[in-house]
Design a binder for this molecule. Structure first.
Ligand code: GDP
Ligand code: MG
Length: 175
């Protein structure tokens, strides 16, 4: 039987922010332009993080779920990535309510979380500044990355996923 995943990660954020593109970039190091926006998928992946093999299961949510479905995904996960699109202020405004729901569902636990501002290649039509992203991440006490699923230079996308895995494992170690 397959070894059960050590780390269960769920990716949240408004539909269209690039969740599927980010997950596929992380898994394949490639960018694919179009996905069915209503699709929800899970992937298993192994990565070498700090010289240790980490098995992860990644849930790429559709971003259109009702609250019960969101709560179900939150109960399932150990760690979470909340994604917004730097060219869509509405997607940034959906971050805080998602985080509030996460806290509700997971309390009293302190939830491993990473905030990602995607589509940094579209800087010319940016609606959310880097400083706003940094400030929100500071308020939520989580790591923050601005990146581009389609032009990921320097492996920032992988770094965001790896940092979340580290965070999950750190918290598990102290439980
Ligand atoms: P999801 O609904 O959050 O899963 O979003 P998708 O991954 O389906 O992406 C939505 C749209 O944004 C698609 O047309 C993607 O090609 C596009 N997209 C995703 N990531 C990026 C990015 O980093 N830069 C640009 N320019 N487009 C992106
Ligand atoms: Mg998607």
């Amino acid at each position: 039987m397959a070894k059960s995943p050590e780390v269960k990660l769920a990716v949240f954020g408004k539909a269209g922010v690039g969740k599927s593109a980010l997950v596929v970039r992380f898994l394949t190091r490639r960018f694919i332009w179009e996905y069915d926006p209503t699709l929800e998928s899970t992937y298993r992946h192994q990565a070498n993080i700090d010289d240790e093999v980490v098995t992860m299961e990644i849930l790429d949510t559709a971003g259109q779920e009702d609250i019960q479905q969101k709560e179900g995904h939150m109960r399932w996960g150990d760690g979470f990535i909340i994604v917004y699109d730097i060219t869509d202020r509405g997607s940034f405004e959906e971050v805080a309510p998602l985080r509030t729901l996460l806290e509700e569902v997971k309390k009293p636990k302190n939830v491993p979380l990473v905030l990602v501002g995607n589509k940094s290649d579209l800087d010319h039509i940016r609606q959310v500044t880097t400083e706003e992203g940094e400030r929100l991440a500071a308020e939520m006490a989580c790591a923050f990355y601005e990146c581009s699923a389609c032009a990921d230079e320097g492996g920032v996308v992988a770094e965001a996923f790896h940092e979340l895995c580290r965070e999950v494992r750190r918290r598990k170690a102290v439980q």
